[in-house]
Design a protein around this ligand. Structure first.
Ligand SMILES: *Cc1c(COP(=O)(O)O)cnc(C)c1O
Length: 352
C-alpha cells in the first residue's frame, strides 16, 4: 500500500532505533576525512536528509539550494549554452524573466495558458503551473510530449503547487525547480529552494554546479525547512479549506472581480488543474478597484498581513503591481493561512 500525504511527510527520512526522528543540523566547514563528507561547500548530512525527503516526494533526485532563485539560476546555467533558445512563462515569477533576460540566450515568453508556439529549436521550456500570480495552468503532460518530440527539455516551477499538490516528474518533465521558501518550509522564517530530476546524470551536473558556484544552503535553514515539511499535509489542508471558504464569499462580493483559484470547479483552470494536481493549496488571486482599495482593505483587516511571500501560517496579501508585475493596480494574490476558517472569513468580509 502506498502511504498517504501525512505519513509521507512525517516519515520522509528514515530513522533507526537510538536515533532522533529528525537529526539536528550538522555545522561543519571541514570534516575529519575518512567518511563520505569532505568539505562544507560540497557535502552536508543535513542537506542530504532534506534532499532524500524532497526527492522522494517529487519522485526523483533533489539538490538543495539556498533560495528558489539559486535553484533556478544554477539549473539554467547547467542546461543552457550561449545562443540557446529558452521559453519562459510571460505571466510567471517575474525574477525568472529578469534572470533569463540577463543571460546570453534567446528568450521567448509565452503565457502559461498558451497558445504555445512550435518547440522546434528550443533548448528548454520552463513552465510554471499554477503560475504566480495569475494562477493559470497548462497541461504539463501534453506539453512535455510535444516538447520531447522536438528534442526540447521541460522544467516546471512547482512552487505554488508543492510536491504534495503536483508531481511534474511523473507527468514526464525533466526537472522541477521550487522555492521552498513558500509552503514547503511554510513558517515565513527561511529561504530555500531545490531542483529535482529523474535523470541521475543531470542531478549530478546540478550538484557539481552547486559545489563550483558556491550557492549552498545553510545547514540550519535546511533543518528548519525539514522540520516544517513534516506538517505540510496538515498546513495545505487547512489553507485549502480556508481558500475554498474565502472563494465562496469573495465570488459573491461586489468589490471583487477576476477571482481565481484552480480548486474551484467554475475556475477556467480547474479542468486541467484537476487532471494533474492532487490538491490545490491556499493561494487565490483577485482584483479590487485600485491600489487605494487594497490599502484600505489591509488597514481594516486584523488577520490579513501585507507580505510579498505566500504559503506560510499567516494569511497574507500582496499587491503585485507594486513589484512591477504587468497586472492591474488592484490585483492581489491572497495566501490563505492556517487560521480558523470562520475567523478568517469574518475578518475578510469585514475588511471588504
Ligand atoms: C518565490 C518564488 C521564486 C523565488 O524563490 P526564492 O526562494 O524567493 O528565491 C521562484 N518561483 C516562484 C513561482 C516563486 O513564487
Amino acid at each position: 500500500m502506498t502511504w498517504g500525504d501525512g505519513t509521507r511527510v512525517v516519515h520522509s527520512t528514515p530513522s533507526a532505533p537510538g536515533e532522533p526522528f529528525l537529526a539536528g543540523p550538522v555545522f561543519a566547514s571541514a570534516y575529519h576525512l575518512g567518511g563520505e563528507d569532505t568539505y562544507g561547500r560540497a557535502h552536508n548530512p543535513t542537506w542530504r536528509a532534506l534532499e532524500t525527503a524532497l526527492g522522494g516526494l517529487d519522485g526523483g533526485t533533489a539538490v538543495l539550494f539556498p533560495s528558489g532563485m539559486a535553484a533556478i539560476s544554477t539549473f539554467l546555467r547547467v542546461v543552457l549554452k550561449p545562443g540557446d533558445v529558452v521559453m519562459v512563462p510571460g505571466d510567471g515569477y517575474y525574477l525568472t524573466r529578469t534572470l533569463v533576460a540577463e543571460m546570453p540566450v534567446e528568450v521567448v515568453e509565452v503565457p502559461t495558458a498558451g497558445p504555445y508556439p512550435s518547440f522546434d529549436g528550443v533548448r528548454l521550456v520552463l513552465l510554471e503551473s499554477p503560475s504566480n500570480p495569475g494562477l493559470d495552468v497548462c497541461d504539463i503532460a501534453a506539453l512535455v510530449e510535444a516538447a520531447h518530440a522536438a528534442g526540447t527539455l521541460v522544467a516546471v516551477d512547482n512552487t505554488t503547487a508543492t510536491p504534495l499538490g503536483q508531481q511534474p516528474l511523473l507527468l514526464g518533465a525533466d526537472a522541477v525547480v521550487s522555492s521552498d521558501t513558500k509552503a514547503v518550509a511554510g513558517h515565513s522564517d527561511v529561504l530555500l529552494g531545490h531542483v529535482s530530476t529523474s535523470d541521475p546524470a543531470l542531478a549530478e551536473r546540478v550538484r557539481a554546479a552547486r559545489t563550483t558556484g558556491g550557492a549552498i544552503p545553510g545547514p540550519f535553514e535546511a533543518w528548519l525547512a525539514h522540520r516544517g515539511l513534516g506538517t505540510l499535509d496538515l498546513r495545505l489542508s487547512r489553507q485549502a479549506a480556508n481558500a475554498a471558504a474565502l472563494y465562496d464569499v469573495l465570488k459573491a462580493h461586489p468589490a471583487v472581480t477576476g477571482l481565481r483559484w484552480p480548486g474551484a470547479p467554475e475556475d477556467p483552470a480547474h479542468v486541467v488543474a484537476a487532471k494533474q494536481m492532487r490538491r490545490f493549496g491556499g493561494v487565490l488571486t483577485f482584483e479590487l478597484a485600485d491600489a487605494g482599495a487594497v490599502a484600505a482593505f489591509l488597514e481594516r483587516s486584523r488577520l490579513v498581513f501585507a507580505s510579498t511571500s505566500f504559503g506560510g501560517l499567516h494569511t497574507s496579501l500582496d499587491r503585485r503591481a507594486q513589484w512591477g508585475d504587468p497586472v492591474p493596480e488592484g490585483l492581489v494574490r491572497l495566501s490563505a493561512g492556517c487560521e480558523d476558517t470562520a475567523d478568517l472569513v469574518e475578518d475578510v468580509l469585514g475588511a471588504l
